[in-house]
Ligand binder design. Sequence first.
Ligand code: ZN
Length: 322
Amino acid sequence: MSEHEWMHDIRALVGKEYGRVYAWDKVNAPMIRQWCEIMGVDDARYLKEGAVTAPPAMLQVWCMEGFTMNNYPPGSTKENPYEALKLMEPHGLSSVVAVNSELTFSRDVMEGERLYYTTRLDSISPEKTTALGTGFFVTLVMTFFSEKTSGDEEVGQLLFRVFKFRPAQTHSAQKEPAKMPAPAKRPPPGISDDTRFFWEGANQGKLLIQRCTACGTLRHPPGPVCSKCHSFEWDTVQASGRGTIYSFVVMHYPEVPPFDHPNPIALIELEEGTRLISQLVGVKPGDVKIGDAVQVEFNTFNDGELTLPQFRPVTQSAGASA
Ligand code: ZN
C-alpha cells in the first residue's frame, strides 16, 4: 500500500533535531531529598551531606517546565518537538496514546550540575492498525547534557514513543446507524478471578474486603497475593460500610453520559482501614469535604444488570450530639 501523500512532508521531519530545553535549577540537594521522600527512596548516596549524587531516575525531573504549561527557562527553544503529531491532526488522527518510555544513563549526575536536553524525532513507523485505530508510532529521543566549560557531557537519554491515530469506529456506530441511540449505560467493571467476590458481594448488598488468612491483613484493591506476608490464601470480611472521605476530585470534563456532572468521586477510607474509590451521592460537589463521614449504599444501574457501592455523606445531626 502506498503512503498518503500528506505524510511525505511529515516523514521528512524524521531525524530533525530540536533546540535546547534548559533546567530551571541546578541539580540540588533539596529537590533530591523531596523526590526521595515522595518516592520512598532511602539511599545514603542521595541523602548524605556534601557532594550528593542525584538518583538516576530523576533525570527527566531537572528540565521539566514550571507549574505553568510550557514555562521553560530563558534560552530554551520555542520549537515544538511534537510538531509531527500536530501536522497529523488535520488528517483525522486526533487521538494519541503513550506507548513506552525508556531511560538510559551515561553517568551519574551530581549536585551543582546544570542540565539541558535536545530532542530528535527518531522515527515514524509505517501506518499501523491496532484495536484503538489506525495511525503511526512516533518515537522521540531526548538527550540530556551537563554544561561544562570543557565541553558539555552527555548524561543520559529518554526514548518516548506514542501512537498517533484515527480512532476506530465502535461496533454499535457501524452496525446500527439508523436506530435511536439507547440511553447510555454505565461501563461495567472488568471482573477477574481476583475481583469477582467484590462484585458478587455488591450484588448482595455487601461491601467485602479481601483478608489474608495467613496474617489477617486486609487489602484493597483485591489481588492474588498478600503484600505483607506473600500468602496466596485469603477470604473476605464484610465491611460496616462506614468510612470517611480521605480525598476526592470533582470531575467537570469530559461530560460523559450517563454520569452526572460535575461528578464527585472520592477515595473513601473505611473504618476497617482499607480505602476504595467510589462515586459520592446525595451531596453538592461544592460541599464535599475531606474527613466527612460517609456510609455505603448499593444502587443498581443498566436495567438492573449492575450494582455499585456508592457513598453518601452522613448528616451530622444524626449522631453528633450523642
Ligand atoms: Zn498476609
